[in-house]
Unconditional design. Structure first.
Length: 264
């Protein structure tokens, strides 16, 4: 399979590494929920989300069947496939690359989150904690606060910590991360576009290979992870060749076996 074919939904499960690799980040939701159903991780897990983007759009809470899905097939049916996207058959809200996180909060799988994302926009958790209703400057959700609180209690938003860099996370919040994860499952959720420092899709600016290897080593060895989900996001990395290079660096640092077996 050409894993970079725009119409493919490439995703691989590597049980011996407690890891999932995927082309598009939307499948992280299915991986988290599947592993909780299987008993690999517990409820109220601690999530470290490392990404160029916040991925905190709230409309994933509006997906029909999101709360009821109880097996792999039902979880998969909630995810927008690339075939749906490119064929124009997408006629209802589904879980996709930017709205996959809050549904796992709603289902109780995620209980706290530490975000490392340089994206310069108002994060959703901070808005939920503000008293002013009309302070939200983004137009990616039409849900009112009251409707959101029907899914996620306010205290869960108080357990979200936002950093713009990995250095800021270590300096400000690593102690909190350790405290939260003392008796909880720990999930690392990484998007390889984190290593592209440009916001322009046409002009990527990668960190050096040395910096990428060092950061990957530090992330993978930050603690004993119960689950790791990794998205390639070719478009936001800078295209197929750059995405392939970043994936190969990850495979090298993570010492991964063959990636030929797809998660189906």
């Amino acid at each position: 399979m050409d894993i970079f074919n725009p119409r493919n939904d490439w995703k691989v499960q590597i049980p011996q590494k407690k890891m999932y690799l995927m082309k598009d980040h939307s499948w992280a939701f299915a991986a988290w929920e599947y592993e909780r159903i299987e008993g690999t991780i517990g409820s109220d897990s601690v999530l470290l989300h490392v990404d160029a983007h916040l991925d905190d759009v709230a409309d994933g809470l509006d997906v029909n069947g999101m709360m009821e899905a109880k097996n792999k097939e039902e979880l998969f049916s909630l995810i927008r496939t690339n075939e749906e996207l490119y064929s124009g058959r997408l006629n209802k809200t589904k879980i996709q690359i930017d709205n996959f996180i809050w549904p796992s909060f709603a289902r109780g799988t995620i209980g706290s989150m530490f975000v490392v994302a340089r994206q310069n926009q108002h994060d959703f958790a901070s808005w939920m904690l503000e008293e002013t209703k009309n302070s939200y400057t983004r137009n990616d959700s039409e849900m009112e606060k009251e409707a959101i609180l029907d899914f996620i209690p306010l205290e869960k938003f108080q357990s979200v910590y936002r950093s713009f860099s990995f250095e800021e996370f270590k300096e400000k919040y690593f102690h909190e991360f350790q405290k939260y994860s003392n008796d909880k499952s720990k999930i690392l959720n990484l998007d390889l576009d984190f290593f592209n420092l440009s916001d322009s899709l046409d002009n990527p600016q990668l960190m050096s290979d040395k910096e990428i290897r060092e950061l990957l080593n530090e992330l993978l060895n930050l603690c004993e992870w119960d689950l790791i989900t990794v998205a390639i996001s070719p478009l936001y990395c800078g295209g197929k060749e750059i995405a392939k290079h970043l994936l190969n660096l990850f495979i090298e640092v993570a010492d991964l076996p063959t990636l030929e077996v797809e998660w189906k």
